[in-house]
Design a binder for this molecule. Sequence first.
Ligand SMILES: *Cc1c(COP(=O)(O)O)cnc(C)c1O
Length: 375
Amino acid sequence: MTDRDKILLTPGPLTTTLRTKLAMLRDWGSWDSDFNAVTARVRQSLLRVIHGQDTHVVVPLQGSGTFSVEAAVATVVPRDGHVLVLDNGAYCKRAARLTSLMGRRCTVMDFDEAQPVSPAALAARLKADPSITHVVLIHCETGAGVRNPLEAVADVCQAAGRGLIVDAMSSFAALPIDARRTRFDALIAASGKCLEGVPGMGFVFLRRAILDGCAGNSQSLAMDLHDQYVYMEKTTQWRFTPPTHVVVALAEAIAQFEEEGGQGARLARYTRNYETLVQGMARLGFKPFLAPDVQAPIIVTFHAPADPRYDFKAFYAAARARGFILYPGKLTTVETFRVGCIGAIGPNEMEQAVHAVALTLQDMGIGSAAPAPGV
Ligand SMILES: *Cc1c(COP(=O)(O)O)cnc(C)c1O
């Protein structure tokens, strides 16, 4: 356990392969044609993942995933636009906050954090309020782990003639997304999630039909995706210093993604991880927070054990000492913790994680991890 990195059971950064890590052991010039060819290859591969070659362009951006969400809102929504955020969790609240900070009018539509958002309720809301120009949807709400109905929400937005911005950060490359059938103006993801690259860059798919209209929307220089796009098309280069090592690691991660069999194969592996985890944890008494039919196989929220000896900090430290990094819960009302199913890991690692949790419970003197009755 001590001579290998700890397994990250978190929603990013994730455990990456040695091959991906080794790709970072070189220096690249940002003006150099070799590096710019890598950027071009990465962009083409990203478009193929969502079958977006004919309908969308993809614009990479330096920074963590949130930088790209903020850039997408500022680039796509005109300054007098009105954004409706469908809110069933922490990442939705973050999207609403950055929308307001960007100076866009923002309305939040609340949903239960244990349930997907409702396309029917959205349709009624859009009908009632013609001032709403754009809708923001989080595809997989990483807060609780809910899978939201992207296709149905996109259909509602298209029928109502409104724009749609999708934060697909924790779903892209794992859950199916097909730009030929599902219409969105912008869709955002990042290097360090289900593509299993390292963190440091996001990327935004922009619908070609709205591209020209985005010029001048952004009040930020560094975060203007339209400007980044125009410059990159003209010069093949990034506008400002690119995260070179992150880009070459992503290229290597994408090569492995394609060798594995693409999105379908990745979803199948994550689903096996998820099933191994939930079955193993159930043997110890743990109960997931979500019903299985609304759960994405990306990250699982578990109820904290009712046993008074349970304490997340001690639990985390003991699991960490055995080589596994867990993730705190992000729910407001109930005590939980989260376990990610994504990254360069398989069912073996999930079995080992469950075993580490079992030993951790023993250490803490907890006989059963069952939650309080009634939850
Ligand atoms: C990871 C994630 C983000 C981005 O978070 P960063 O910490 O900025 O990388 C945004 N939205 C969702 C749904 C995510 O899972």
